[in-house]
Design a protein around this ligand. Structure first.
Ligand code: SF4
Length: 71
């Protein structure tokens, strides 16, 4: 699973980082760093919570694996 980061939407609320600091790295201004985030096995639920917590919808889940999607 990956999290796609729409960096230009990020407003620096840092909710993603508050929920999952190991997954969401912020720059010195408090904005999430650009680039897809590869979610390690076992942290999928945490990543999904953080994605839902972003008020700017700057984060999106990319399953990228048909098996993982159950199809
Ligand atoms: S919660 Fe959303 S707006 Fe806030 S830092 Fe994370 S990606 Fe950016």
């Amino acid at each position: 699973m990956k999290v796609r980061v729409e960096h230009l939407r990020c407003q620096g609320h840092a909710r993603c980082h508050a929920l999952a600091p190991d997954l969401f790295d912020l720059d010195d201004s408090g904005y999430v760093r650009p680039g897809d985030i590869v979610v390690p096995a076992g942290q999928e639920a945490l990543a999904q919570r953080a994605v839902r917590a972003c008020p700017e919808r700057a984060l999106a889940i990319e399953a990228g694996d048909a098996a993982a999607e159950g199809s």
